[in-house]
Design a protein around this ligand. Structure first.
Ligand code: ADP
Length: 474
């Protein structure tokens, strides 16, 4: 009878425990930055005394953030393998639809086991299933059980002493939905990004997964990596496996190029169904859009210097350009205008090259509109409105209920905001028209490499004339 009551303690897999993990960093291709960051955790686990003897605190947890199949689980296992410590893992999704009290008791057992065997790694996959912000997304009825589980997890981590020597790694694709309490100091206070691989990283992943495969001697991994934009590490592992099966089915002695191409087609089919693959046209549009941002910001004195541009899809956004955030206490209108112009550079490039714009500029437009509105209504930077602000720092004014200005002023504000934005858009268009060949060259490099850095821009544009020495790339 008592089955129902035993679930929390039943022998049915509470979690996985592996005491002899063979995975090492050699099995993880690409992910250089992430590997560097977790190296420190490996060192901690190997020689905790070295750190604690000086009074330092060992980190308790880190969050691995990135799309599915990019190697988060693999990396966590490699940490355990490198440090030669046991690896305890469970998945957040196992907690969904669980009986009352089971989730919390599972977490308690998990931590107890790990502490008994410390030093150890605990890995929680899909932590968002238990770690969603409390009070949100409660549509599916009561989430008490999930909350109990989350609370137990936080309690366990808070209870770590200086010599607990258990480090908790958790993986998620959605760091944005997580409860902020998880990210507090002493919990998952580090985030390590694990992105989809670019073309060079895909080549390395192919090389890892080709190791056990009998393949033709002339198999070209450069070629294969170029055929697989948007593929994750898991997709590439699938391609290699599928290619071997296809070759075997055809009675071949080794796996050749055509087998791989057939396997790629098969995987692409699956990804297309999930809407995960971009067409060549889309890729070109995104390359020009991102190259537009990069070109404009390169040419404007006050736009933030660029660090990296990529067209590898990343989370919700397609391409992305990263800029060094400048720490500034006071911002001048010239800077705000240059930044707006750079943000509009994406759409402007679409206009200049294709004479056609797309929905791909939504987040740029959002940013620019906020900026323009702030200039006019908050910072007193618009001549026609003058040196006044409609901002109230107390947050308690009647402004919340009615506009602090007349209808006439409201119209003027709207007009000034759109004039500001239109002006910067035209400025971006003009800049890009004058530099159309450089824009095109940049977009082509981006199409080929998928990710580019400052030196690529320097090659095309020459030295940035306004560079200050302290703005060297990271
Ligand atoms: P995630 O946890 O991010 O969803 P996994 O770590 O489970 O992804 O990856 C699934 C499989 O895909 C791995 O076991 C491995 O075979 C392959 N893989 C993913 N990323 C990589 C990588 N960077 N290098 C080598 N193999 C990878």
């Amino acid at each position: 009878g008592g089955q129902l009551f035993n679930i929390g303690k039943s022998k049915a897999k509470l979690f996985d425990e592996k005491t002899d993990v063979k995975t090492s960093f050699k099995d993880v291709a690409g992910l250089e930055g992430a590997k560097e960051e977790v190296q420190e955790i490996v060192d901690f686990l190997k020689q905790p005394e070295k750190y604690t003897s000086l009074g330092g605190k060992i980190p308790k947890g880190a969050l691995l953030v990135g799309p599915p199949g990019t190697g988060k689980t693999l990396l966590a296992k490699a940490v355990a393998g490198e440090a030669k410590v046991p690896f305890f893992s469970l998945s957040g999704s196992d907690f969904v639809e669980m009986f009352v009290g089971v989730g919390a008791s599972r977490v308690r057992d998990l931590f107890k086991q790990a502490k008994d065997k410390s030093p150890a790694i605990i890995f929680i996959d899909e932590i968002d299933a238990i770690g969603r912000a409390r009070g949100k997304n409660n549509f599916s009825g009561s989430n008490d059980e999930r909350e109990n589980t989350l609370n137990q997890l936080l309690t366990e981590m808070d209870g770590f002493g200086t010599n607990t020597n258990v480090i908790v790694l958790a993986a998620t694709n959605r760091a944005d939905v997580l409860d902020k309490a998880l990210m507090r100091a002493g919990r998952f206070d580090r985030q390590i990004y694990v992105d989809l691989p670019d073309v060079r990283e895909r080549k390395e992943i192919f090389e890892v997964h080709l190791r056990p495969i009998k393949k033709d001697d002339d198999l070209d991994t450069d070629f294969l990596s170029k055929q697989t934009p948007g593929f994750s590490g898991a997709d590439i592992a699938n391609v290699c496996n599928e290619a071997a099966l296809i070759a075997a089915r055809n009675g071949k002695k080794s796996v050749g190029k055509q087998d791989f191409l057939d396997a790629v087609d098969r995987i692409v089919g699956g990804l297309e169904k999930k809407n995960k693959i971009m067409t060549m046209d889309e890729k070109r549009a995104i390359a020009f859009h991102e190259a537009g941002h990069a070109t404009v910001s390169w040419m404007l004195e006050h736009a933030a210097p660029l660090v990296k541009v990529t067209i590898v899809p990343r989370g919700q956004s397609l391409g992305a350009a990263w800029y060094l955030p400048e720490e500034r206490l006071i911002i001048h209108p010239e800077q705000m205008l240059d930044e707006m112009c750079a943000a509009l550079g994406g759409r402007a490039a679409e206009k200049v090259i294709f004479n056609r714009i797309s929905t791909g500029a939504l987040s740029d437009l959002e940013k620019v509109t906020k900026q323009a509105r702030a200039m006019v209504t908050i910072y007193g930077l618009n001549e026609k409105i003058g040196n006044l602000t409609y901002y109230d720092s107390s947050g308690q004014s009647e402004y919340n209920f009615s506009k602090p200005y007349s209808e006439k002023t409201a119209e003027l504000i709207d007009k000034e905001i759109s004039a500001l934005i239109e002006g910067q858009y035209q400025r971006a268009v003009k800049l890009l028209e004058e530099n159309k060949d450089k824009l095109t060259e940049l977009a082509n490099v981006l199409l080929e490499k998928e990710v580019i850095f400052k030196d690529n821009l320097q090659k095309i544009f020459g030295d940035r004339p306004f560079e200050k020495p302290e703005e060297a790339p990271r």
